[in-house]
Design a protein around this ligand. Structure first.
Ligand SMILES: *Cc1c(COP(=O)(O)O)cnc(C)c1O
Length: 229
């Protein structure tokens, strides 16, 4: 099936209307994104700043870009003028810089706190305690140019359905608690970003409101086995 067909079947047949589809276009060429755009897709996810900025310059300006990969503080300035949502907030220091750059650009930037739910050493994210500590801090209370929209999580790379279900459920339960404790009056705290190509169906069953799907839309990515820098 074509990229356009994949988008249409996901949106019209597979995922409920209330779940937002982020098309993860990392490593894929601008032409592929344009094809998805022409099929009606407007929200795209990238995991590196450089790639996002290059693509953003070449593509229609009504695309909503989501940063989904680990973000270094010194790169926030490059995406601050246009980024729609930063899903990978994993420290107070990063949030501070996002706030600063958002202010410089006269905007409020939507963010998700990335929560560590996987049973893997390599994934970025805040632990439950760290997230609570961040939300309780005086510094957090002083940020005027960011809006926390919810939480994001990446489950373990496994095909064990029970484990995936448990991890997604853990994030949903944590989301409900955080909403009660910190965002009771804020209707905009409404995003649970969980689920990718291999596990989005389970994530939706567990209460996901936003899925990040790459290979199911654009086909597999070539994995780099080595780095030369
Ligand atoms: C690459 C990526 C995805 C999409 O992965 P697929 O398996 O291709 O759907 C989702 N979320 C994050 C954070 C990613 O880096």
């Amino acid at each position: 099936m074509s990229i356009a067909d994949n988008i249409k079947s996901l949106k019209n047949e597979t995922i409920p209307k209330k779940v937002t589809l982020i098309a993860v276009s990392k490593t894929k060429p601008v032409a592929d994104i344009q094809e998805a755009y022409d099929a009606g897709q407007r929200e795209f996810g990238e995991n590196t700043v450089q790639e996002m900025v290059e693509k953003q310059e070449q593509l229609p300006k009504d695309i909503q870009w989501h940063q989904i990969g680990h973000l270094q503080t010194n790169k926030v300035k490059y995406i601050a003028p246009f980024i729609s949502m930063i899903q990978s907030v994993d420290s107070l220091k990063l949030l501070q810089e996002i706030n600063k750059q958002a202010e410089k650009n006269n905007r409020t930037i939507d963010c998700l706190l990335q929560i560590y739910i996987a049973d893997e050493e390599t994934k970025f994210g805040l632990g439950f305690d760290e997230a609570i500590e961040l939300l309780r801090s005086n510094e957090f209370a002083s940020f005027k140019n960011i809006r926390i929209r919810g939480l994001m999580g990446i489950a373990t790379n496994t095909d064990k359905e029970k484990q995936l279900k448990d991890e997604f459920q853990e994030l949903k339960v944590f989301f409900d608690g955080i909403k009660q404790s910190f965002f009771r009056k804020e209707n905009s705290f409404d995003v649970i970003s969980m689920g990718m190509s291999s596990d989005y169906e389970i994530a939706i069953e567990q209460g996901s409101t936003m899925i990040r799907v790459g290979s199911t839309i654009f086909g597999g990515r070539v994995i780099k086995h080595w780095k030369n820098n």
